[in-house]
Design a binder for this molecule. Structure first.
Ligand code: GTP
Ligand code: MG
Length: 245
């Protein structure tokens, strides 16, 4: 006779069909296939925005099972994110839209936890590298100081209490995504996005995440100078909008 165990049935597999994940991709061929395949295997729908990559990223995206949208020219990380939000709104009826990087720095368990969090009734859930002390995130001390200072300045401006204002791992409710208009070039889009997400009418919270600084991502990622630029942009906005927010 069979050996099937009696008693309580297995819990159903978790279902993530209320969420679509936007992955922006610029020349990430060595890693993007693995990143997307893991999301797809978990049951998530993925829209990958290929930002005019000159390597084989597009093939890797297709093989891994994402829906691919391709820019004919490179529009930068902000432009790619804007396309991702618009595609998610146009092509799906997802309640939530998540952003996940293609370079292997973001981790699936963090994303799944953030989906659980936004289902509690938030409009925006932001990943934070600094919520659980400094945790296992292997960031250089200088980048850490710069990003924390940017968060402090942004908080003063927007009246929010974020610990990590420039984290790419985020999830937003559909109505929040519908109002996003990213127009800044370079990495300055991040401050523009944060200012939108932290509007007082949005119910926002943070969720602890662990960003991996792999040899690959360190070799390919943003130079420290970009963190300095982010800080300068937030400070300049603070000065020009003094007393207005
Ligand atoms: N740098 C860059 N990234 C882009 C562009 N278009 C899309 N991306 C994607 O945007 C995501 C974030 O880019 P990163 O350069 O890793 O930026 P970051 O994670 O904020 O910075 P690091 O912590 O240094 O890695 C990655 O998935 C990129 O592939 C672009 O034009 N430039
Ligand atoms: Mg990165």
């Amino acid at each position: 006779m069979g050996t099937a165990t009696m008693g309580a049935p297995n819990p159903p597999d978790p279902c993530w069909d209320d969420t679509v994940v936007v992955v922006r991709v610029y020349n990430e061929a060595p890693v993007v296939g693995g990143v997307i395949a893991e999301l797809v295997a978990a049951g998530l729908s993925v829209i990958a925005v290929d930002d005019a990559s000159t390597d084989t990223s597009a093939d890797e995206i297709d093989k891994a099972g994402a829906f691919r949208v391709s820019h004919p020219i490179n529009l930068g990380a902000g432009g790619a994110l804007q396309t991702g939000f618009e595609a998610a709104l146009m092509l799906t009826d997802a309640r939530y839209i998540a952003c996940f990087d293609a370079d292997g720095q973001h981790q699936l368990p963090d994303l799944l936890g953030m989906i659980g969090k936004i289902r509690e009734g938030y409009d925006v859930v932001m990943g934070s590298r600094f919520l659980e002390g400094d945790g296992p995130t292997q960031m250089s001390w200088l980048r850490r100081v710069i990003l924390k200072t940017a968060s402090t300045l942004l908080n003063r401006g927007e009246g929010t209490r974020l610990t990590d204002a420039h984290n790419g791992l985020r999830i937003v409710a559909r109505h929040v995504a519908a109002d996003i208009r990213l127009s800044y070039a370079g990495m300055a889009y991040a401050s523009q996005l944060e200012r939108h997400l932290t509007r007082p009418e949005h119910r926002i919270t943070e969720y602890p995440v662990h960003i991996l600084y792999t040899e690959y991502s360190k070799a390919k990622g943003q130079p420290l100078l970009n963190s300095v630029n982010i800080l300068a942009e937030v400070a300049a906005h603070r000065v020009t909008h003094w007393g207005r927010s």
